[in-house]
Design a protein around this ligand. Structure first.
Ligand SMILES: C[S@@+](CC[C@H](N)C(=O)[O-])C[C@H]1O[C@@H](n2cnc3c(N)ncnc32)[C@H](O)[C@@H]1O
Length: 311
């Protein structure tokens, strides 16, 4: 994995969420008057606000987290008809009534609001229940999930979604203790006992990320969302996606290459005449944060922005 999750040891969290690659996103989307943009990851609304403030346009936003829906209420009061919010998941994008967006943005992963709220259980640095649900009003918590699967399945999850080399040891230890633990601190210390780390990152970084991704079906959500989003993008519209780890980035990169009629990688044996070009790749190399942004917001460090323009 290029890098691990957004959580850093040096900075447990600013007040609220600092939107990542904000200027770069606005430059790419280039919002213009009377156009409608879709923000698929509203979070704290940082990107939505920048779009709404840069032109007299409209933003439709979604987020699966009920806490984001509550924050969106304030945007409705502030921006009126220029802003709409729907509490749905990426995979439900085809249910949106509005089609023909001039720009669509994804900013994957979790927000600082989620990471920094101990009661949401996303963080090994803040002690709380082992929850990790992006929508904490439905489905099993991470603890219930861990208890419901066997050691083999947990090993697979740690390997696939955390690219954790010590997956077997960690899974074995978690399954030894999962009946007796209830907090993120207990889970993190079980992981650290099984696989102490001498690196800068906490030994639980990859395991927490893996469990979170599996619990929330994050990669399936992205796989299902990208083509649906591309369908509702207008001709000449821009689709941009910010990823935070190589699993998200790989899905995005392959999808963008596919719609641009390019080989998705060395494994792609599709004949040239069978490729269909539906878009222009705007980022041959991903856009990454500037030195200033890295200094100001260490959590941006693994972010990568890619974009295409629909033909
Ligand atoms: C990194 S944050 C976005 C921050 C936002 N751009 C800002 O400036 O405040 C990602 C957000 O996407 C939401 N999210 C993640 N996966 C989702 C999905 N499959 N469907 C809907 N929302 C999702 C999370 O709940 C979180 O609020």
């Amino acid at each position: 994995m290029d890098s691990t999750c957004e959580e850093t040891l040096q900075e447990p969290g600013a007040n609220g969420h600092k939107p990542v690659l904000l200027k770069e996103v606005v430059r790419l989307l280039n919002p213009s008057k009377s156009q409608t943009y879709l923000d698929c990851t509203f979070g704290g609304g940082g990107h939505t606000r920048a779009i709404l403030e840069s032109a007299d346009c409209k933003v439709v936003a979604i987020d699966r987290d009920p806490a984001a829906a509550a924050r969106a209420e304030k945007f409705k009061a502030e921006f009126g008809d220029r802003f709409e919010f729907y509490p749905v998941r990426f995979s439900q994008l085809d249910k949106l009534q509005t089609k023909g967006y001039a720009g669509i943005l994804f900013d994957f992963g979790v927000s600082s609001f989620q990471l920094d709220d101990a009661s949401r259980g996303f963080s090994f640095m803040r002690n709380g229940p082992i929850d990790m649900r992006m929508n904490n009003s439905e489905g099993p918590t991470a603890l219930q999930f861990i208890r419901s699967i066997d050691e083999f399945e947990l090993t697979k999850i740690l390997r696939e979604y955390g690219e954790e080399r010590r997956a077997k040891k960690i899974a074995h230890r978690i399954k030894e203790v999962d009946g007796h633990i209830s907090t993120t601190a207990e889970l993190a210390s079980a992981i650290a006992e099984a696989a102490p780390s001498h690196e800068k990152t906490h030994p639980a970084t990859r395991a927490f990320q893996a469990i979170r991704i599996a619990l929330n079906g994050e990669l399936d959500e992205i796989e299902s969302a990208l083509p649906k989003a591309f369908d509702i993008l207008s001709e000449g519209g821009i689709m941009a996606a910010i990823s935070f780890h190589s699993l998200e980035d790989r899905i995005t990169k392959r999808f963008f290459k596919k719609v641009c009629g390019l080989p998705q990688g060395n494994f792609d044996r599709t004949c040239a005449q069978d490729r269909v070009k539906l878009a222009e790749l705007l980022t041959r190399k991903p856009i990454t944060p500037s030195e200033d942004e890295l200094r100001d917001n260490p959590r941006s460090r693994s972010s990568k922005l890619r974009a295409v323009r629909k033909d």
